[in-house]
Design a protein. Sequence first.
Length: 489
Amino acid sequence: MGKKIEVLGLGAGDLEQLPVGVYKKLLKANHLFLRTKEHSVVSELEKEGLTYISFDNVYEKHDQFDDVYEEIARTLLDESQTGTVIYAVPGHPLVAERTVQLLLEYGPREGVAISIGGGQSFLDAIFAALKIDPVEGFQLLDGTALFASQLQLEQHMFISQVYDQFVASEVKLTLMEKLPDDYEVYIVTAAGSSQESIEKVALYELDRNVSINNLTSVYVPPVKDEQILLKNFAKLREIIAILRGPNGCPWDKEQTHESLKRYLIEETYEVIEAINSDDIDHLVEELGDVLLQVMLHAQIGEDDGYFSIDDIIEALSEKMIRRHPHVFGHTKADNAEQVIRNWQEIKQKEKGEQPPASLLEGVSTAQPNLLRAYELQKKAAKVGFDWQEITPAIAKVKEELDEFVNELDGTEEGLILAKKEFGDLLFAFVNVARFLKIHPEEALFETNEKFIRRFQYVEKKVKNSGRSFEEHTLEQLDLYWDEAKQKGL
């Protein structure tokens, strides 16, 4: 006879609900192991002489449930070397039983046959206790490994493995990421048994319930409140589809990729403004506006039959995994510089082995030209086309300034040439900024903001004087300006 582990389900209720076949096997078993003895069937069978070994002590040895399940599975496989093992678990063996899944994975590799016996799932008992039709859609989730990203708020949610108040607390905090603190949930204990208990509580009270034990599950009713669903990405997608749909907004329906370009640029700069002003609420709002642009482009792509938001997410996810082999693979990167080098190498391979026609390819013409100059210089510097110190860079600025001034001779031709020299001057200044690790766009932004503050002070002084700007001399306005500087504006 080959090595074998037979897994039996103890059901979700009392002894009367246990199948006769399972009942007989349990009482006749020579090597019976229980994941836990904390089950109403076990206490009843003990009166009939049931002998067993439980793994309750293993839970006390480990801090992580994964380690508990691993030890149980390994112990059972070792025991099966000397004879057939009967392993009994609460409910049905294939519902919320990680140890059984491990046995099904490891057993065939080690020549151990794994068979599954009957047992009523606790889900059947919960559906009956709560009077729920599962065809409406439901989720069964593990309370010991629960993530907010898993939650489907419009479905019935059952959270199992809520063994104690610590797990209940973790479940509560995860649910609170999506649900209001006072959202009503149900604590279901020993469903289907004579000790069945269903208690409705506010979410924030979930971990305060002292009756939580290893027979406890949490039921979260489907969300009907539209305001709560506004946190869901699926809801946002639905809203954008409606706006672009037959009965949607006339403005949204007529937009194209081309017409939306300027809005994406505007919203991006407003995000930067929110970051610079350190205004978190404003940042949340402006990031939402950028996301709106992405969603509109995605919906246009879907309406035209070319792509959807799913394609965008898939492409992005694949790229992030592919370009971070030091996180998702086996490549090492000890610092940010190494990460950037790896990124560029991977990017080059993605675009084909043929080198680009120019090292300056990839610097977008859509960027503001101050930024574009900065990026062009960075590209050239990577291959050594750069000064080794700042002194010649500053000398180049002086040289370009002299050439600019020399062209200001009052002639039309001189003005045309001065425009070219002015561009050279700006380009040279960007080079100096790069040497000093000053981002030219950020520096100019700060100067613009400073100009606004000081000019607004001048406006205030002019208004208080009772005279107009035209009634002030430039010298008088300069005095106001100097006052603003002295005030640190």
